[in-house]
Design a protein around this ligand. Structure first.
Ligand SMILES: Cc1cc2nc3c(=O)[nH]c(=O)nc-3n(C[C@H](O)[C@H](O)[C@H](O)COP(=O)(O)OP(=O)(O)OC[C@H]3O[C@@H](n4cnc5c(N)ncnc54)[C@H](O)[C@@H]3O)c2cc1C
Length: 401
């Protein structure tokens, strides 16, 4: 039996299992469903692979299980701990399914937060049910980290808008029914001109170029807008409000990237621990070698630290705090730590670790993008250091030093 099949049968351990002091009863109640969903998306993946059909089936499965309801709470703010627990479980099973889930959120939440009743009826309701697929179109070939420098324009014409430009690395693009897309309606005003739109598949002038081959399976593509016509009813929020809508959405989801990293790292640790016990060399299990034990101990400690940072940020946010600093720390630490943990897990597998299709090999590829999207590690460092230094300067000014 491969480590994967034994570990898969057990299912993911979730942070609710041993960090129960961070959770409410509603989160404890969510955990079994998240475990079942992880098994279900794995089955969909085994059956349909990383195809468009598989992506749609995964979205439908998660919609049927009610997981997208977290993107549009009936009352109050998003339950960040619920989102983190869900991503922790899904990423444990499949990076592809986790990404489909998260991007469905990026393309739904802004409509929940800023949409009209008609926009919610038309775009949000079917996405929450898993009947349609959502995407989030911000990045451009020349505007990645510096998103405010986007070149896509929105020009008023008659009752509607004409969009021109290009978007790249748009997750879910190959299968998306709508994209929450950002364009500048007043380039002279810089970020204050950025405006959000809901652009639907089949909109005149929208070209979707299919799957960009990535290091790991991930539904992703590019969009070209060539005189793309969008009625004013598909503008989301006010003209010029787009930058705030985009940043507000990413602020809600950044911590969940850390949670996904924890899910992947947890899977790697479970796989490595299993392998260390069953693999014998020199007449005994490699688990008896102190170097392997040291690896496992370091991996376990780093994973604990990552989960505590992720759920600290989520808990504070759920209590209503602003978490710019905590979210940056959690995202940076968890994604970087997960990369180290997975690398160690692969090392413990020896040659088996680099065989295509073995769980740790897949995780080794899947974790990489998490250090890049929704704010690179470098940008999280900028956020953390800027706040740290601002606070120190303010303190020195106050003390008159
Ligand atoms: C798998 C995947 C999925 C994605 N999905 C989406 C999606 O659904 N929608 C979407 O809109 N976008 C998406 N993206 C795009 C993603 O958000 C960008 O890749 C990311 O913001 C970085 O932009 P870039 O790739 O252009 O890198 P660049 O901006 O070119 O950065 C290159 C390097 O320079 C560093 N750098 C840049 N500026 C600074 C600075 N000020 N200080 C220090 N270092 C700096 C970066 O950290 C990085 O290391 C996705 C990307 C990936 C990989």
């Amino acid at each position: 039996m491969t480590p994967s099949s034994a570990v898969l049968r057990r299912g993911p351990q979730l942070s609710t299992d041993d960090l129960d002091f961070l959770f409410e009863a509603s989160h404890q109640a969510l955990a079994p469903g998240a475990r079942e969903a992880a098994q279900a998306v794995d089955e969909v993946e085994q059956r349909l692979g990383a195809s468009d059909e598989g992506a749609r089936a995964t979205i439908a499965e998660l919609g049927k299980r009610g997981f997208f309801r977290h993107f549009a709470p009936e009352r109050g703010a998003i339950d960040l701990r619920a989102l983190c627990l869900t991503r922790e479980a899904l990423a444990w099973a499949s990076g592809g399914a986790d990404s489909l889930f998260a991007v469905q959120g990026l393309g739904s939440y802004p409509i929940h937060a800023h949409g009209t009743a008609e926009q919610k009826r038309r775009w949000l309701a079917p996405a929450l049910a898993g009947a349609t697929v959502a995407a989030f179109g911000l990045t451009e070939p020349e505007a990645g980290t510096d998103v405010a420098s986007m070149r896509t324009t929105a020009r008023r014409e008659g009752e509607g808008w004409v969009l021109d430009g290009e978007k790249v690395y748009i997750s879910n693009a190959p299968v998306a029914d709508h994209v929450v897309l950002f364009a500048n309606a007043d380039p002279a005003a810089g970020r204050k001109g950025i405006t959000a739109f809901v652009v639907h598949r089949g909109a005149p002038g929208l070209e979707v170029s299919g799957q960009i081959p990535m290091v790991a399976d991930h539904s992703i593509g590019a969009l070209a807008l060539r005189g793309c016509r969008v009625p004013d009813e598909q503008r989301l929020g006010a003209v010029g409000e787009g930058f705030a809508i985009a940043m507000g959405t990413l602020d809600n989801f950044r911590v969940t990237v850390g949670a996904a990293a924890c899910g992947m790292a947890r899977r790697a640790l479970q796989e490595a621990t299993h392998r260390a016990v069953v693999r014998h060399q020199f007449g005994k299990a490699i688990a008896e070698q102190q170097q392997i034990q040291a690896y496992l101990a370091d991996m376990s400690a780093e994973l604990d630290a990552a989960r505590l940072l992720v759920f600290r940020a989520a808990l504070l946010r759920d209590r209503g705090a602003s978490i710019t600093q905590e979210a940056a720390v959690a995202k940076m630490f968890a994604t970087e730590a997960a990369q180290r943990i997975i690398d160690r897990a692969l090392q413990i597998h020896g040659g088996l670790g680099v065989v295509r299709g073995v769980a740790v090999e897949r995780l080794y590829r899947e974790i990489r993008a998490l250090r890049i999207y929704e704010g690179t590690t470098e940008i999280q460092r900028v956020v953390i250091a800027t706040r740290l230094l601002q606070a120190e300067r303010a303190r020195q000014k106050e003390e008159g030093t």
